[in-house]
Write a protein that binds this ligand. Structure first.
Ligand SMILES: Nc1nc2c(ncn2[C@@H]2O[C@H](COP(=O)(O)OP(=O)(O)OP(=O)(O)O)[C@@H](O)[C@H]2O)c(=O)[nH]1
Ligand SMILES: [Mg+2]
Length: 312
């Protein structure tokens, strides 16, 4: 039982770090998958009494495609030519219900559309405190709009809501097929901004073709449900097992224990890294000065790189 609790705590730390730093972050135009595939939320005409509220806000430069994205998602179909005509937004709110039948969860989504035009800053900023997640948009053919995410939009929202999770979205991904590579932002530029703003996900999407539009919102829902809690897949907690060696692409993850003298930090680490209950000898109290342990852990189920854990 004791061993289970120890593992549980350490795995919680591990899974949270993994979730934040890689599972979502490495999206870069790919699709986030749990062992069962992406958790799919479908639009439903009405919600259930236990539907959770989730408020998503889009922001980004004027005409980068924010409104087109929201309309495409909430209507569940490609935008018509009329809808694709550019009408600058002042301030608009859409609502829709989405359900995942597999796990029986429903969300009442509030989609907060904002104006990219600077004139409407006074309308935008009051809602920043009330939102759960930001969808930060730039147009894939505009490196200025990408730079503005880091220089203008995220600083603006973080003034009011410093810890809000961010999903970074490249809009108009269909333009990659029409424009030359020199007119499209580079993966390095995108990666740099994603890193700088600490995005939990990064997706390239098109309201014109609907590519990945739904994925953006599925990531928001999955990310929101997991942040600050223990990340669980439909199969339960992602289980990492100790392995004698790592794989060449194992990621480094450095965990540090701290707390009062004799509160049990060293016993916890030894128990976990050895994968067995501590012996009576090991449980004897020997004050630590500074010690580092290493071990490799792998999750076979999701068949990805393992982690090289460094404990201090
Ligand atoms: N090729 C292409 N064009 C798009 C796409 N999404 C939007 N557009 C075009 O981009 C223009 C601006 O789209 P909007 O969605 O209104 O832009 P916005 O970001 O809401 O602009 P503001 O409301 O002023 O902040 C329109 O002319 C759209 O037709 C897309 O996925 N692909
Ligand atoms: Mg708009």
């Amino acid at each position: 039982m004791g061993q289970f609790v120890v593992k549980f705590i350490l795995l919680t730390i591990l899974v949270k770090s993994k979730f934040k730093s890689s599972e979502f972050y490495n999206m870069s135009g790919t699709i986030y998958k749990t062992p069962n595939g992406l958790l799919p939320y479908q639009l439903t005409p009405t919600g259930s009494p236990d539907a959770k509220d989730l408020r998503l806000l889009v922001l980004g430069d004027s005409a980068c495609g924010k409104t087109s994205l929201l309309i495409n998602y909430k209507d569940g179909k490609p935008a018509t030519q009329d809808e694709l005509a550019y009408i600058p937004t002042i301030f608009e709110t859409y609502n829709c219900f989405v359900t995942n039948k597999e796990i029986g969860k429903t969300y009442n989504l509030t989609l907060q559309d904002t104006a990219g035009q600077g004139d409407f800053k006074d309308l935008r900023t009051p809602v920043y405190a009330e939102i759960d997640m930001v969808i930060a948009c730039y147009s894939i053919d505009s490196s200025v709009s990408l730079a503005n995410i880091q220089d203008v939009w995220i600083p603006e929202v973080k003034q009011t809501n410093p810890d809000v999770p961010i999903v970074l979205v490249a809009t108009k991904s269909d333009l990659k097929d029409q424009l030359g590579p020199e007119q499209i932002v580079t993966p390095e530029q995108e990666e740099r901004v994603a890193n700088a703003i600490g995005a939990i996900g990064h997706v390239q999407a098109s309201a014109l073709t609907t590519e990945n539009v739904k994925t953006i919102f599925d990531i928001c829902i999955a990310g929101y449900g997991s942040i600050g809690t223990i990340y669980k897949t439909p199969n339960g907690l992602l289980p990492y097992q100790l392995t004698p060696t790592g794989s060449p692409d194992a990621k480094d993850l450095r965990l540090l224990v701290l707390g009062d003298s004799a509160c049990g930090k060293t016993s916890l680490l030894i128990n976990y890294k050895d994968g067995k209950p501590a012996t009576q000898d090991e449980l004897a109290y020997i004050p630590t000065i500074f010690e580092t342990y290493n071990c490799f852990v792998t999750n076979q189920e999701i068949d990805r790189y393992g982690y090289c854990l460094l404990f201090h």
